[in-house]
Design a protein around this ligand. Structure first.
Ligand code: A3P
Length: 352
């Protein structure tokens, strides 16, 4: 019988075993620890999650923290860069802006980025601490802190975990920015991601990946439940709910809304400059999600990147049209109608 591990969140973790585990291992070659399902919600994570689950649930958020919460590929990096810049670099003259985004706005989900944790090993030569923040974070990590606890306050933190895997006080303590994206664009972007990143090294076809997505069988689990948990909190003063499509269509308006939510008090001129600074073309050109910390060789499958593009792939909404077959498109429409309609969220420009 499969062992059930009770978690502080109330879920039961069951590691995949037998044929299912073997199949998953073949499919997700980068996830060497295997996978765990959390019941009853069916969240699916690398088994390493179990080592951190309770400390994440009990994580002590601060009142001045901002948590960026998304399902993978909803434009997290874009929001990370926007809010860090709004809070720390409104005049675009902070030398720390050259520090990799993933260091300035660290990832709470440690289990899914072992390579980054490794880079904080004091014996590792992978971390050329080039900037002041990076230097102090790496020194703190050598003293036993994590990238998140070592980050100077006020912190912006990123997670792909849903609300139900955090303690209930999160939303009453810290500000949370939740960004959602149309699932047709997510499935394409996520497929690119899992092939690109060595920590996943997905070996299946796009068709298999598509089926796994709509059956909640991808790592990070049920897309709709993740969205629903946040949507239900949308009227809470500490939650700011955003759509990738809106940010794309009218970034200045969205930045103004963020400015109000974060009480950053920026001028129209500052907001406009930040808008340009965080435009896809600019972020793609800077390309500093990881690169500053010298670990990109450990992060990316370079051959895949050469052929299919790197992390900053297309940065568009509605780009699924050239990728999904008519059958997949219909299947996705049915799936969306069943799940999105009851929520009443409208992704503009997607024809749904
Ligand atoms: P695509 O693969 O469709 O290009 P995340 O940061 O959550 O992993 O999401 C990554 C997706 O957001 C990628 O989508 C990436 O190109 C897109 N993205 C990142 N920065 C962006 C920006 N400044 N403007 C628009 N899209 C951006």
């Amino acid at each position: 019988m499969t062992e059930e591990i009770p978690l502080a969140s109330g879920h039961l973790g069951r590691c995949l075993h037998g044929k299912k585990a073997e199949d998953q291992k073949r499919m997700w070659r980068g996830i060497t620890s295997g996978l765990v399902r959390l019941h009853p919600d069916r969240w699916l994570y690398p088994s390493d999650y179990l080592r951190f689950a309770n400390s994440i649930y009990n994580f002590k958020f601060r009142t001045d923290d901002v948590l960026v919460m998304t399902w993978p590929k909803c434009g997290t990096s874009w929001v990370q860069e926007i809010i860090w810049t709004m809070k720390n670099n409104p005049n675009l003259d902070n030398p720390e802006q050259s520090t990799a985004i993933s260091m300035r706005v660290p990832f709470l989900d440690k289990f899914s980025i072992p390579v980054v944790i490794c880079s904080f090993n004091p014996n590792s030569s992978l971390l050329p601490a080039r900037t002041r923040v990076l230097q102090s974070i790496s020194q703190e990590c050598v003293r036993g802190k994590t990238p998140v606890t070592a980050t100077p306050k006020p912190r912006a933190i990123k997670t792909h975990l849903p609300f139900s895997l955090f303690g209930p006080s999160l939303i009453d303590t810290s500000k949370v920015i939740y960004m959602a994206r149309h699932p047709k664009d997510i499935v394409i972007s996520y497929y690119h991601h899992v092939c690109l990143f060595k920590s996943m090294s997905y070996s299946g076809t796009f068709d298999q990946f598509f089926e796994a997505f709509i059956n909640d069988d991808l790592v990070y689990g049920p897309y709709w439940l993740h969205l629903k948990e946040a949507w239900e909190k949308r009227d809470h003063d500490n939650l700011h709910f955003m759509l990738y499509e809106d940010l794309k269509a009218n970034p200045l308006r969205e930045l103004r809304n963020l400015d109000t939510f974060l009480s950053t008090g920026l001028s129209a001129d500052q907001l406009e400059k930040i808008c340009n600074y965080t435009h896809f073309d600019q972020m793609k050109q800077r390309n500093n999600l990881w690169e500053d910390i010298g670990i990109e060789d450990n992060v990316y499958n370079k051959d895949f990147a050469k052929e299919h593009g790197g992390f900053f792939r297309k940065g568009e909404s509605n780009s699924w049209q050239s990728r999904l077959t008519p059958e997949q498109n219909q299947k996705m429409d049915d799936w969306i109608a069943k799940n999105l309609t009851p929520l009443g969220i409208e992704f503009r420009g997607q024809g749904v």
